[in-house]
Design a protein around this ligand. Structure first.
Ligand code: DON
Length: 594
């Protein structure tokens, strides 16, 4: 809902008071939040209590953060299967305390070898058929989550695949009660899901009604798939029995993924993008995510302003955040893509001097018109390859679209940290369960640009940088992030939310560092989001009307209502070492520690 008209009618009468509103709105505007969960030794925070419990049990049994994260991820694939699972992909940041090293595992899906840039263009009409990239078998990219989990476990875990799969197998076999979020998501997606007999068999009653709140969901095929993985390892999925089922489904239902695509899939180890904010070190996800780069870019810009003085969610603070967001998203639209296919000016985008140049033309009380990207290449040392291609982003995304990905955070008693964001993209992914496996196939192909100027599910449009190509990874916004202070771990952060992931992570970090909120308050505080296109400033419920009015007066096209994202975070007290977990009140997750 746009508030412009509403505001206009008030405007004449109150414009003389606006200066007072500016003054009054400096200060705290956050609702009361529950106290964070605290623990001494280890903690798991995820979007579902049963998944957090699975991870906690692993920690208590002597497992490390990797063991717990992988167990939690497998459990989430059962109890929150509409958001993530082995039919999808993930990004993980792992901090190893004993080596003081941060590892990045890129388990992003990959386009099949037979994928083509115009594969979703209808031959007869010449137009993109958005249905094809979002629903059904053709929407699925080669899954990477399992390979990434397996790599993490083999290299950095202490338990076997069988051990960490155990809780998930139990949950899939014995069933669990559908939560409100799950039941609502299933009801919303029922028409998409009903079309596929293998999916219908899992989620519907024989009379065609979907399972409802509190009903038990049993996933025996998924349990069996997990058992095969426990016995045979991830090779069963990428070249063995499960691979054969995937390929048979592709043949039967005209999908593209081949045995070669599966055997060729490799998770990639990457270096984190690293930045700093007011003395804290920020480690985050590099391309093919846009998340870490733009998080650091926005923090660099905001560091130039005294947000602490201006106050949490005051008009000026939100205005400055929006200005930073606009500049970052304008760059995102042009420079970001799979680094194996496109050169990304990471050094320039994350440099302090580039941020200075962007911050310099921000007006304190007036929004600026951003017509295109900045010039981060000017801040890249010589010898780095030059700009390859363009993609632009536009459109809206409603709150309903915003919670179909998942983030989990883990800290163990040795001080190892895991931030993992996993997804099958939109709710229930492609909606297609691979027959006989219980695996929901992702629809991550929709994160590519299907054709220049054509919007995807999230209202994103693009061209070359993010065009479909064989074995290319689609551009993501997922932003698993670790924060350190003088070498000591301080925060583990992440969220779902499509493009709003990046701004959510930014706000949680600023709410703690600038405004001194505890981790639960930092997560629950109302959010603002701007993604350059559309040129709209989105405000969650809870931002006071006087602040809305001021932002309108500064020139923003303000849009209010609803809420988005679902941050699951841990803060480590720098003095005591105690762990504080925050789980987003917008979801039904849990922070569990011991
Ligand atoms: O990788 C991405 O950026 C998207 N596939 C994430 C989707 C998402 O967060 C959906 N909902 N909350």
């Amino acid at each position: 809902m746009s508030i412009s008209n509403h505001i206009r009618s008030f405007r004449a009468g109150i414009s003389t008071l606006a200066i007072f509103f500016t003054i009054l709105s400096i200060g705290s505007t956050h609702a009361a939040a529950p106290l964070p969960t605290w623990a001494r030794h280890g903690m798991v925070v995820s979007a579902h209590p049963l998944a957090s419990q699975a991870g906690l049990d692993v920690l208590k049994a002597g497992g490390n953060a990797v063991d717990a994260a992988v167990a939690t991820a497998f459990a989430l694939g059962v109890v929150e299967g509409y958001s993530s699972g082995i039919g999808g992909g993930s990004f993980t940041l792992l901090h190893l305390a004993n080596r003081w090293e941060t590892i990045v595992v890129d388990g992003r899906e990959e386009a099949p070898g037979a994928a083509r840039s115009d594969m979703y263009v209808d031959n007869t009409t010449g137009k993109v058929n958005p249905e094809l990239s979002t629903t059904g078998i053709l929407a699925g990219a080669v899954p990477g989550h399992l390979a990434a989990l397996n790599l993490l476990l083999e290299r950095y875990g202490s338990m076997t695949l069988g051990q960490v799969l155990e809780p998930a197998i139990l949950l899939a076999d014995s069933g669990f009660e559908l939560s409100q979020t799950y039941a609502r998501s299933l009801a919303l997606q029922k028409d998409k899901l009903k079309r596929f007999p293998s999916t219908f068999a899992v989620f519907f009653h024989p009379d065609s009604t979907p399972l409802g709140l509190g009903e038990r969901l049993y996933q025996h095929d998924l349990a069996q798939t997990y058992r095969i993985l426990a016995d045979e390892g991830d090779k069963a999925f990428y070249r063995g029995e499960i691979a054969r089922r995937i390929v048979a489904a592709m043949k039967a239902d005209s999908g593209l993924i081949t045995m070669h695509d599966l055997t060729a899939y490799k998770p990639r180890l990457r270096k984190p993008v690293v930045g700093s904010y007011r003395g804290y070190s920020i480690y985050s996800m590099p391309p093919p995510s846009s998340g870490g780069v733009h998080l650091i870019q926005m923090l660099n810009i905001l560091e130039r302003f005294d947000l602490k003085y201006l106050g949490l969610n005051s008009s000026e603070t939100i205005h400055l955040e929006a200005e930073a967001m606009k500049r970052a998203f304008a760059d995102r639209a042009v420079f970001m893509g799979d680094p194996a296919f496109t050169s990304v000016p990471v050094t320039g985008l994350t440099s302090k001097t580039y941020a200075d140049s962007l911050a310099r033309n921000i007006s304190r009380f007036r929004t600026s018109k951003i017509t295109g990207p900045g010039n981060p290449w000017a801040f890249v040392p010589e010898g780095t390859p030059t700009l390859p291609s363009i993609s632009t982003e536009a459109g809206d995304s409603s709150a309903e679209k915003d919670r179909h990905t998942t983030h989990l955070s883990v800290v163990d008693r040795w001080g190892n940290l895991v931030a993992m964001t996993a997804t099958i993209n939109t709710g229930f992914g492609s909606g297609y369960v691979i027959p006989g496996t219980g695996i929901l196939l992702n629809n991550e192909m929709d994160d590519f640009s299907s054709a220049p100027g054509v919007e995807n599910f999230f209202g994103l449009v693009g061209s070359d940088a993010n065009a479909i190509a064989p074995h290319k990874r689609p551009l993501s916004s997922m932003t698993p992030t670790l924060v350190f202070y003088q070498g000591r771990p301080f925060m583990v952060v992440g969220s779902p939310g499509g493009p709003r992931i990046i701004t959510t992570v930014l706000e949680v970090i600023s709410n703690v560092i600038d405004h001194g909120l505890d981790i639960q308050e930092a997560i629950d505080a109302p959010r603002a989001h701007h993604q350059w296109k559309p040129d709209k400033l989105f405000l969650e419920d809870g931002i006071p009307f006087d602040v809305q009015e001021n932002l309108f007066r500064y020139g923003h096209d303000v849009s209010t209502g609803g809420n988005w994202s679902g941050a699951q975070c841990i803060l480590i007290d720098l003095e005591t070492g105690l762990l504080y977990g925050g789980t987003d009140s917008r979801q039904e997750g849990a922070a569990k520690g011991y």
